[in-house]
Design a binder for this molecule. Structure first.
Ligand code: AMP
Ligand code: GLY
Length: 426
């Protein structure tokens, strides 16, 4: 088969790497890709948002399967454009990707179908939002309705901060049109878990759990980022919690989308908070997480091409989705200054150490070729990932491999997987 992957981050590198393991994959393309992806795929210089050119490329090359990695093209309707051209594509249509594209939509869906989540109100009028805040309990969470690169969520501890937040989102439009509407919701406490799943419109099969580290600095300080590292599985995600979520959250969401006439085909990423009152949904994403894909896919035993095809064909119930009984940790190497401002273009050294190092992976996020060298080309540069027989071993391996790679302004968190030490013994 000829397979095209759309995207250019560490997530797409992990997806391309996993596809390359499949005997079905004869030729892989990635648009636009990056320097690491180029090892397995021919990178094509077409932007992920140029749907018409991507579809034309897929037709010209007779691509058998296209996999969309990123949120923006999904929410923008790339799948509808491909389907109209008769192309096979893995990912939700626009009317289902709204699960990630609009927080107001997803909250209303959860309320209607009694899927556990934080109590909330939605607002399209800033004055109504400000009035509501006067009597709301603190801390309180403000969310821009639309996509905002993971930055459209403000946790406010005082009334002043919250009022300022409404202004930032709805009047100053810091997140653009994503702030035309907003959700104000109850603040929840507990451990966060990411559960990714494959969905074929009716059947859902969950992947092994993961835990992200969203803040830029050690000890969960600093700004929210796309994710600074993570580990899989989460030792806090017990069998009992899984049983509850399978019924009341995962299958309930898939059924709700189908009932709304928006059948979901692709990956649903459940961002969960394990609260004292049970698991609740923090957010949905309509795609693999990044870096979640980097710790989950290396542990997946099943041929991913078979799973993609089953999702498109509606035969996921016949797939036996299997994961290794091991653990994986990813530490993101970023450019100092991420997520605000950072320099690019520095040569990266030591990448060759991963060649032949079994169980060690270096997934590229922001890299490119320049004058025959691989240089930094983004905020998140590499995902240094290692397998271990358990989480502690995987963490030690990942941090060992962090030292293999050098580049100017290399920055990373030193405490990825700290929660592992607080986990109950198995
Ligand atoms: P989201 O993009 O909705 O996942 O939000 C980003 C981060 O904000 C989450 O990973 C949580 O750490 C935090 N967050 C979002 N909603 C809430 C909430 N209702 N209570 C507490 N923290 C939240
Ligand atoms: N790591 C969180 C995300 O992909 O949204």
């Amino acid at each position: 088969m000829k397979i095209l992957v759309v995207g250019s981050g560490g997530r797409e590198h992990a997806i391309v790497w996993k596809i390359a393991q499949s005997p079905k994959a004869e030729k892989i393309y990635c648009a636009p890709g990056n320097a690491g992806i180029a090892e397995y795929a021919e990178c094509v210089d077409i932007p992920a948002m140029d749907f018409e050119r991507l579809a034309a490329f897929a037709k010209e090359k007779e691509i058998d399967l296209t996999v969309i990695g990123m949120d923006d093209p999904l929410v923008g309707g790339i799948v509808d454009v491909f389907e109209k051209e008769g192309l096979r594509v893995f990912g939700p249509r626009k009317n289902a990707a709204i699960l990630e594209g609009s927080k107001a939509f997803s909250k209303d869906l959860m309320k209607k179908y009694q899927i556990p989540t934080a109590a909330y109100e939605t607002f399209s009028d800033p004055d109504a939002a400000l009035e509501y805040l006067e009597t709301a309990k603190l801390p309180i969470v403000l969310k821009a309705d639309g996509l905002a690169l993971g930055k459209g969520v403000l946790i406010c501890n005082t009334l002043e901060e919250a009022k300022e937040g409404v202004k930032t989102i709805m009047l100053d439009k810091k997140f653009g049109s994503a702030g035309n509407e907003m959700v104000i919701e109850e603040f929840m406490t507990g451990r966060e878990v990411s559960v990714l799943s494959f969905v074929d419109g009716k059947t859902i099969k969950t992947m092994s759990s993961a835990q992200d580290h969203k803040r830029a600095g050690d000890g969960d300080t600093g700004l929210n980022t796309g994710g600074m590292g993570n580990f899989s599985p989460s030792p806090f995600y017990t069998k009992e919690i899984d049983e509850f979520c399978q019924k009341h959250i995962y299958q309930a969401t898939v059924d709700a989308m189908a009932a709304e006439g928006r059948p979901f085909q692709g990956v649903i990423f459940f961002g969960l908070m394990l609260t004292e009152d049970g698991p609740k949904v923090l957010e949905y994403n309509a795609r693999f997480g990044d870096p979640e894909a980097q710790v989950v896919l290396p542990r997946m035993k099943t041929d991913i091409v078979d799973v993609f095809e089953a999702c498109i064909d509606g035969t996921l119930d016949q797939v036996d989705l299997q994961f290794e009984d091991n653990a994986c940790v990813c530490v993101v190497l970023a450019s100092d200054g991420y997520p605000v401002s950072y320099e690019k273009g520095y040569p990266i050294h030591g990448l060759e150490k991963f060649k032949g190092a079994d169980g060690y992976y270096c997934f590229h996020a922001g890299t490119k070729f320049k004058d025959g060298e691989i240089v930094t080309n983004g905020g998140r540069v590499l995902g240094i990932t290692a397998i271990g027989k358990d989480l502690k071993e995987a963490r030690a391996n990942a941090y060992k491999a962090v030292d293999w790679v050098t580049f100017d302004n290399k920055y990373y968190r030193h405490d990825i997987g700290k929660a592992i030490d607080e986990a109950p013994e198995k």
